[in-house]
Design a protein around this ligand. Structure first.
Ligand SMILES: C[S@@+](CC[C@H](N)C(=O)[O-])C[C@H]1O[C@@H](n2cnc3c(N)ncnc32)[C@H](O)[C@@H]1O
Length: 364
């Protein structure tokens, strides 16, 4: 299913699944407006699919970038409102301290960085309105990416789009290739992107939301116990995928994080050992079962890296044991498209991997 919904591309986030996948799964829903849950929502692909099917959805993710982007998938606003919001911020926000060091000198033109820093300050203080949230997501998507010959589409020097380069590596690369960041007009970049992503009018089903929270925590699910979810469509981190936070360090800075890479992984599912990973997934599946109606469906897209010695199917099966879910079927999802990091302009290529979908039903 190849459905184009511009909003889905507001900000890249790797290991997202294609929109067609949750759309196809949710097409099987027989009850209208059944609530949908994704406990590892990433950039909110399941939430957007549910929105298109007019089903309310809840997404949960511990990653601030994922939660901000997923939230933007549930916003109804207009491009003009986003542009006005940016104008107001730039018209009132005072000059502020900019991050320092060789990376920041080369990553952005200094006038562009000053504008970004002012908007960042304003949005860190208050991102409560739909326009501010949409603006934040648009900026997250525009923050870094490839240089273009025509007017800039991104605000940075040459960068990958999907993940942020590590500072020392990036500085060496830019110096070796004599690359500098052109002045990018933040108003023009945001206006163009807001038009691309927020012109299409989509209804937002009542009760749709995204929680910046840990799906291993039963407390998070206590606030959801009246939901009676009918569908869970999700994709946990693949075993060994440890880089969600450090790879997004620049976007995390835009959300108020530090101006250096933070390697702390505390809030992510642990990859220390297969047993620990299985147990933590088990906690998530148990929490999910506690907020689902009888016979609810759980559909998990999962896979592994070629270099990983663990069998992903085995890991997932074990994680579901004793959690209130009965496995029904497994379907091959085919190899993940090569180049999940295809926007990589630093010459590192990605490795394709096989993926499958596991279907389970809430046992009574
Ligand atoms: C494979 S990605 C999901 C991608 C998503 N399907 C999409 O289309 O964007 C897995 C997500 O799980 C999140 N995650 C890892 N540990 C988590 C936890 N304990 N609770 C909630 N989310 C977690 C990661 O931050 C990451 O965004």
């Amino acid at each position: 299913m190849n459905i184009k919904v511009p909003l889905n591309a507001v900000c890249p986030y790797f290991t997202m699944f294609p929109l067609g996948f949750p759309l196809q799964v949710l097409a099987r829903a027989t009850e209208a407006h059944e609530p949908v849950l994704d406990p590892f929502c990433g950039r909110g692909t399941t939430n957007l699919a549910a929105r298109l099917r007019e089903m309310p959805s809840t997404g949960i993710d511990t990653h601030p970038v994922a939660a901000a982007v997923a939230q933007a998938k549930l916003i109804a606003t207009k491009p003009q409102a986003i542009a006005t919001c940016l104008d107001e911020i730039l018209g009132s926000e005072p000059e502020c301290a900019m991050p320092r060091g060789p990376f920041w000198q080369l990553a952005f033109h200094q006038a562009t960085l000053q504008d970004i820093a002012r908007v960042r300050s304003a949005l860190v203080r208050d991102a409560s309105t739909p326009e501010r949230r949409a603006l934040q997501a648009v900026l997250l998507g525009a923050l870094h990416g490839p240089l273009t010959k025509s007017s800039p589409s991104y605000l940075s020097n040459q960068c990958p789009r999907t993940y942020a380069p590590k500072p020392r590596y990036a500085v060496t690369y830019w110096q070796r290739h004599g690359l500098s960041a052109p002045p990018a007009d933040i108003r023009t970049v945001v206006k163009r992107r807001a038009e691309r992503y927020y012109t299409q009018v989509l209804p937002v089903p009542d009760g749709s939301r995204v929680l910046l929270a840990d799906s291993r925590d039963p407390e998070v699910f206590r606030q959801l116990r009246d939901e009676q979810f009918g569908w869970i469509v999700t994709s946990p981190p693949y075993y060994g995928m440890r880089t969600y936070l450090p790879d997004q360090w620049l976007r995390l800075w835009l959300l108020g994080g530090p101006e250096t890479v933070d390697y702390e992984q505390r809030v992510q599912v642990s990859h220390g050992s297969p047993e620990g990973f299985i147990q933590q997934l088990r906690d998530v599946w148990t929490n999910c079962a506690s907020v689902c109606r009888p016979h609810a469906r759980l559909v998990v897209r999962f896979g592994g890296f070629p270099q990983c010695r663990q069998d992903p199917m085995q890991l997932l099966r074990e994680s579901l044991t004793g959690t209130g879910w009965r496995i029904q079927t497994r379907r091959d999802a085919g190899p993940a498209p090569a180049g999940r990091r295809q926007a990589d302009h630093f010459g590192v290529t990605s490795t394709p991997r096989s993926e499958f979908d596991l279907w389970a039903v809430r046992s009574t």
